[in-house]
Design a binder for this molecule. Structure first.
Ligand SMILES: [Ca+2]
Ligand SMILES: [Ca+2]
Length: 331
């Protein structure tokens, strides 16, 4: 009898212990789910804030298209960085970088043919930053669809397959400038030298003379003096004196040369079509990044590429280009 009662009591005790262990398990699981849920919720929230930032910056561009479509310059509202916008437990900040202030690598080959003027311009730009102008050949080969090398510094599949490990030429337009590091003749050092002046956008994209840097514009001709061009850029940005037509550039003292390269004006513009929105969301002590590549056509703005990698400290287009060059050389 006593034994039986003892067994029954033990059984009950055992059941209680099992029940409470199970209950604890369920509770833990619930807590974990709640926790995971709040992380997801926070991520969702950060993403919504980031997209709101992109939307806001796109609105600035649409607004600019409505009010000042014939000219884009650094004095306009879209070019000013957003002051940090407070949100619950954090803030959103962002800016628009003008991609038309840079040389588009994909200008070298577009509409089914290589672009001679763009090719020569890029060669001069490479020279301005201290690199071999012949590197333009391997950059052209990387994106042209054929397998014919463009010169002694050109490179197609046979060159890349001989690397360790081997790979192949893209033979299509650059999707991002970082791709350049895979191209023959470019290592981290040479990439760093040219990176502040280049972009990779999907269409032929002329350089906006109202936002471009001194180094970039001094690549229009070997006869230009980079210091004088930079002086003109400084005056342009300080005095907010912007050009209403491309042709006016050649009447500026810094650009008066005996012979300007043939058909060079088609590489230039006074407006911008490509922008990059860079947005940082700080929420509950965590940072979330969004980079959106925007294409503006008329009064429409389209985000054609987005990524969420940390945003590198990109050189602003109106920073003294010579200073930037010196910094890059030191690296
Ligand atoms: Ca404008
Ligand atoms: Ca090719």
């Amino acid at each position: 009898m006593k034994n039986q009662r003892g067994v029954a009591l033990l059984t009950i005790l055992f059941m209680v212990v099992i029940a409470s262990i199970m209950a604890m398990g369920i509770l833990n699981q619930q807590q974990r789910m709640l926790q995971e849920g709040s992380i997801l919720l926070r991520q969702d929230q950060a993403w919504i804030y980031a997209k709101s930032g992109e939307y806001f910056l796109s609105e600035l561009l649409i607004n600019d298209a409505r009010n000042s479509k014939n000219n884009d310059n650094l004095g306009e509202q879209w070019a000013q960085p957003l002051p940090p916008f407070p949100i619950e437990d954090g803030m959103v900040t962002g800016r628009l970088m003008d991609q038309s202030a840079r040389f588009n690598l994909n200008n070298l080959y577009h509409d089914g043919i290589p672009d001679k003027q763009a090719f020569e311009f890029f060669g001069r730009l490479l020279k301005r930053v201290g690199l071999a102008p012949e590197l333009a050949q391997s950059v052209l080969d990387w994106q042209d669809p054929d397998d014919t090398v463009a010169g002694s510094m050109g490179a197609e599949d046979s060159f890349y397959l001989g690397q360790q490990p081997g790979y192949m030429a893209a033979n299509r337009p650059f999707t991002q400038v970082e791709e350049l590091r895979q191209v023959r003749g470019f290592d981290q050092r040479s990439y760093n030298l040219i990176a502040p002046y280049i972009t990779a956008v999907p269409y032929f994209s002329p350089i906006n003379v109202n936002t471009a840097s001194g180094i970039l514009l001094s690549a229009l001709s070997d006869d230009l003096q980079p210091n004088q061009v930079q002086e003109w850029i400084n005056q342009r940005d300080q005095g907010m004196q912007y050009l209403d037509q491309v042709g006016t550039l050649w009447t500026q003292p810094a650009f008066k040369i005996e012979k300007k390269p043939e058909n060079i004006d088609r590489l230039l513009a006074i407006q911008s079509e490509f922008f990059q929105a860079q947005i940082i969301v700080s929420l509950s002590g965590r940072k979330r990044y969004l980079t959106s590549n925007l294409y503006r056509q008329g009064e429409n703005v389209m985000a054609y590429q987005r990524h969420q990698m940390p945003i590198p400290a990109l050189a602003s287009s109106n920073q003294n280009a010579l200073e930037l060059l010196q910094q890059a050389m030191k690296q």
